[in-house]
Design a protein around this ligand. Sequence first.
Ligand code: ADP
Ligand code: MG
Ligand code: MG
Ligand code: MG
Length: 416
Amino acid sequence: LTRPPYAPLGADTLPDRLWHRPELTRLLGPPAQWRVREVGDGNLNLVFIVEGRDGSLVVKQALPYARVVGESWPMSLDRAFFEYEASLRLGARDPGRMPTLHLFDREQALQVMEHLTPHIILRKGLIAGTRYPALGEHLGHFLARTLFRGSDWAMETAHRKADLALFAGNVELCGITEDLFFTDPFFDCPRNRHNPALDAEVATVRADRALKLAALRLKARFCTGAETLLHGDFHTGSVMVSAQDSRVIDAEFATYGPMGFDIGSLLANLWMAAFSQEGLRPGDADARAYRRWIRDLAAQIWRVFTDEFARLWRTERAGILGGHDLFEAQSDREGAEQALAARLAAIWHDTLGFAGLEMYRRVLGLAHIAEFEAIGDEAARGACERRALRLGRALAVTPERFADVAAVNALAVELD
Ligand code: ADP
Ligand code: MG
Ligand code: MG
Ligand code: MG
């Protein structure tokens, strides 16, 4: 019995390829009635929505190359395996926040998962100016639970080390982050592109040694600071939202790294979304208040994160970094609290740096963000992007200026 070799799915061929899988027929009903549409708007993979008599599902399949560039950029199919393995772990660490997984086929590099509906990508909701009352709590909890529970502060160390070894295999996607995030934006990399209105800023960056030193310092943190299993691509395009619900998708960049990486990626995207409002909705009476809502959301996510992280520290701390033998076992509760404060301060410091670099890569690197791209007028777009670069530089080069998230929001207001 030989299994068919890998072949990419198409909307027309999907029913013929998957009709015999009980995981699909059980939830969709008879294959003759399936309707398939391709919805992938991402950079890398194929995504299909399959609707049947009894329900709908999402099928995501990796391609042997990066979709955004084409076959000239080959890319390992194994990323589907790492996405699946990471999704299982992140989903278990904060139940209900990832789509339910129904099937994984390593050979075909495909997974079948819950169709999130009526959810939309958060980035689109932010462009439309929609408020999501539960979002800050959901994302703050998700960050605290996944980052804490995937670390040596929580896991049994042999188990944690085995996971570290497993995800070390995601070397190719991790390498994309290493290049695109930490190196490309800071030299004349052919993959880069930028708004011509920012030519002067680009020239400044090329000569900015302090910024490059910060980028290299943060790259070292990312490459060597294997604190926990990160989502690895945690921006507002990897969150789907409805009025009440928030979900996290697209964990293929998962890798062991520093806790502040996921937090910084997300917060940077919120600060950029706020900066984009004036360009996206000039003259809109709500744009000013909405900017404030986004900044408040960033502050809330950090606050919920720290509260939940502290709760987990006090109730679930274990593993080789638990430190109970040094503190609780000596009736020194205050020592454990000081260790917590030091851990949160270190995460905050990293968060600032990674947030700063995320802003650079989204303005000067390969992968830009829809909020800025949707501003048609180059000068207006440049004005918004320039604010992101200013804030980004301050966060990456002088993180000590920002004692807390309120200090970042204050500079964002000043620049806006
Ligand atoms: P990529 O890795 O190519 O970026 P994503 O996992 O981000 O792929 O998915 C691409 C798009 O497909 C998302 O932006 C979203 O619109 C849609 N999508 C992905 N997963 C789901 C899902 N479970 N339910 C509904 N839509 C989804
Ligand atoms: Mg994606
Ligand atoms: Mg992506
Ligand atoms: Mg992806």
